[in-house]
Design a protein around this ligand. Structure first.
Ligand code: RB5
Length: 146
């Protein structure tokens, strides 16, 4: 399994935690985030990660900014991307099972009700259910560019 990971200055510590967690799980990754608190622009990091993901060989992407909002909206502007911004492990699991999200976003300044690593695991360990959800995803993706 391989992930592409990127973050802005609002999630430097969270990104370190996430990379440690991926390492501990034996998940390979390409890290394209900033490791400095110096202010950068999150759309640049969303774009970098998505461009790398499109090169192929990745199972999913992880994006982080202060809230996770700006970087997830940015990624979702790019063709083919479904970036989820879950607040609990339940919604992280559903992001895979029902939405087949190919990216997941978190906020480095957000106080989540449970460890972010647990939320990430819920997403990674879930599988897309297909069926009626496939039809809905096709309809969702057909909205691109409208
Ligand atoms: C940067 O200050 C902050 O706006 C960014 O990390 C993110 O929270 C935006 O959605």
């Amino acid at each position: 399994m391989k992930a592409v990971v990127a973050n802005d200055h609002g999630a430097v510590d969270l990104a370190k935690r996430m990379l440690d967690h991926l390492k501990a799980r034996g998940i390979d990754y390409e890290y394209l985030g900033t490791d400095s608190e110096e202010s950068v622009d999150y759309p640049d990091y969303a774009a970098k990660a998505v461009m790398e993901y499109r090169r192929g060989g990745y199972d999913f992407g992880i994006l982080m900014c202060g809230t996770g909002i700006g970087i997830s909206i940015s990624a979702n502007k790019m063709e083919g991307i479904r970036c989820a911004l879950p607040q609990t492990s339940f919604s992280a699991r559903m992001a895979r099972m029902h939405n087949n999200a190919n990216f997941i976003a978190f906020g480095g300044r957000v106080e989540y009700p449970e460890p972010v690593e647990k939320m990430l695991d819920a997403y990674i360990d879930a599988s897309f259910e297909g069926g009626r959800h496939q039809r809905r995803i096709e309809k969702m993706m057909a909205l691109e560019g409208r």
